[in-house]
Design a protein around this ligand. Structure first.
Ligand code: ADE
Length: 245
């Protein structure tokens, strides 16, 4: 089993890079693919850059060039559901491209991806469960609580689009279009589409770094530096060996 690990920002994977038993590194299209072992698992680790196109091309390279059997995307997201707080972790059980809409043609539903005939990508139940267990195990032992109750793990819908959401009105329109939405980010559903088309299992795990409102841009960089990078590393370290079993 060979695992592909993607983060959209260098800070999201830097601790994983430090802890990676690297055998070699390959540069493709401006990305550095680290080849070796992580937590004892044969892995390829890469920083994709931001957005759906960057994430999709990186996922494609992982599959086509490195033959990975499974891809895990780790990083941060803006909260969309009221219940979520900074430091909570979301494991996606379905992903939607919130800026994909060819419904004006009258031929497709909103969010539907033409020819695939689906508007969201479902994540394999076993992977969701393994992601949840790893995140919960990590948080029990390591969480640096920002809220009184301590961080929680949620399972649900993540929406991806090529926009950093930092306006309450925009967030509200996404919430009404996708009522079960938990959080927003910029890559997960693109990786999901590539993996769906190649029939490769995938998992997207996001730590809430901001509330997708006016303070989002400030909160999220500080949060990644101080907390989320530790979560990404810690959760992945518990998860990788379970995925390989
Ligand atoms: N990633 C982290 N926070 C985000 C936000 N508010 N919008 C989009 N992607 C994000």
């Amino acid at each position: 089993m060979k695992l592909g690990i993607i983060g959209a920002m260098p800070q999201e994977i830097d601790l994983i890079v430090d802890d990676f038993e690297r055998e070699s590194i390959q540069e493709i299209a401006g990305r550095s693919y680290h080849l070796g072992r992580f937590a004892g698992v044969d892995s390829v680790l890469v920083f994709s850059r931001w957005g759906k196109v960057a994430a999709a091309s990186t996922a494609t390279a992982l599959i086509e060039r490195f033959n990975v059997d499974c891809i895990v995307f780790t990083g941060v997201a803006g909260a969309a559901a009221e219940a979520l707080n900074l430091g909570d972790v979301v494991v996606a059980d379905r992903l939607i491209q919130h800026d994909f809409d060819v419904s004006p043609t009258g031929m497709f539903a909103k969010f539907e991806i033409p020819l695939l005939g689906i508007s969201h990508f479902e994540v394999d139940d076993r992977l969701v469960e393994l992601g949840k267990i790893a995140a919960e195990d990590y948080l029990i032992n390591h969480s640096q609580s920002l809220e009184q109750e301590g961080p929680k793990v949620y399972i649900g819908t993540i929406a991806s689009g090529d926009q950093f959401i930092a306006h309450p009105e925009k967030l509200e329109s996404l919430r009404s279009a996708i009522p079960d939405l938990l959080c927003v980010e910029m890559e997960g559903a693109a990786v999901a589409q590539v993996c769906h088309e190649y029939k490769i299992p995938y998992l997207v795990i996001r730590t809430i770094s901001d509330k997708a409102d006016h303070s989002a841009a400030v909160d999220f960089i500080t949060f990644i530096q101080e907390i989320a990078r530790h979560y990404s590393h810690g959760i992945l370290k518990l998860l990788a060996p379970k995925l390989a079993e």
